[in-house]
Write a protein that binds this ligand. Structure first.
Ligand SMILES: *Cc1c(COP(=O)(O)O)cnc(C)c1O
Length: 262
């Protein structure tokens, strides 16, 4: 007995959650499994191969360091996306490694345009728009600038995504505000399309609570973290779900268990 306690990760629980959430998101929606924060404490290196074995071919991280770790272990067929901040010094590395990434400031967009004119690959960017979260994202007043930059640099920059992030989609007290975020987002996407002729490959806004509480939010891709691991975003979402669907059993199974031998 080398250890008295150990952590066990269940592939069947992970697969159960992924299949359940994929079904919720609907057919044709790409499933990106969020493995930021060391795969929510499960360990990127341990979890990522299990995620791939469950048929998921897109993972999202927040930081560059997490991207470096994921890149080392993931299969080539699995796409990697950085949702947080990438500084100018690392843009070249990110682009050459085929990693897609969020852009949410003019300064960074300018820097990407410069760097991407010298790299062998185009930059795969996701333009994050401010729709009501007030964390990161381009405010509407800057989108004219963004769209024109994309058009000027379309040889080197690929608009892979338009996206936004919800503020508190797990709480029903935010129901109206999140619905407004979805409306705003759709309006801004059609502005890109109609005024600028720009259509992204993926429109994506939904985190776990989006997939579970706002069916309209699944769109072309979903970014699912906590519920993939078998945890509900909060008790309110869990309770609503149980009541509405009449489940007697929890459709989500916890991936992690802590075991001890006596
Ligand atoms: C963390 C995060 C997610 C996933 O959120 P969950 O609630 O864990 O599903 C999705 N998108 C962004 C931008 C995030 O930072």
């Amino acid at each position: 007995m080398l250890f008295t306690s150990y952590i066990e990760l269940s592939k069947s629980a992970l697969n159960n959650n992924i299949q359940y959430l994929k079904k919720k998101a609907g057919p044709g929606t790409r499933y990106s499994l969020v493995v930021k924060a060391n795969a929510y404490g499960h360990g990127i290196e341990d979890l990522l191969p299990m995620v791939e074995a469950c048929g998921v071919d897109h993972v999202s991280v927040f930081s560059l360091e997490e991207a470096r770790r994921a890149l080392e272990i993931k299969k080539q067929a699995c796409d990697l996306m950085i949702m947080g901040f990438v500084d100018n010094d690392h843009l070249e590395w990110v682009i050459e490694n085929d990693i897609s990434f969020f852009i949410f400031t003019k300064e960074r967009l300018d820097a990407v345009c410069k760097v991407a004119s010298t790299t062998t690959k185009p930059a795969r960017i996701h333009v994050e728009m401010e729709t009501g979260m007030h964390r990161t994202g381009f405010p509407e007043s800057t989108l004219e600038y963004v769209a024109n930059k994309l058009l000027e640099n379309k040889e080197n920059i690929y608009l892979e995504g338009l996206c936004t992030h919800f503020a508190g989609a797990e709480s029903m007290e935010n129901f109206e505000r999140v619905n407004n975020q979805i409306k705003n987002f759709n309006r801004l996407c059609s502005w890109f399309n109609k005024e600028k002729g720009l259509i992204p490959k993926y429109r994506h806004v939904a985190c776990s609570a989006g997939v579970l509480n706002f069916p309209d939010s699944s769109m072309d891709m979903v970014r699912v973290g906590i519920s993939s691991y078998g945890f509900w975003p909060n008790n309110e979402t869990r309770m609503l779900h149980f009541r509405n669907s009449g489940f007697s059993e929890d459709p989500l199974h916890q991936v992690l268990s802590w075991k001890s031998r006596v």
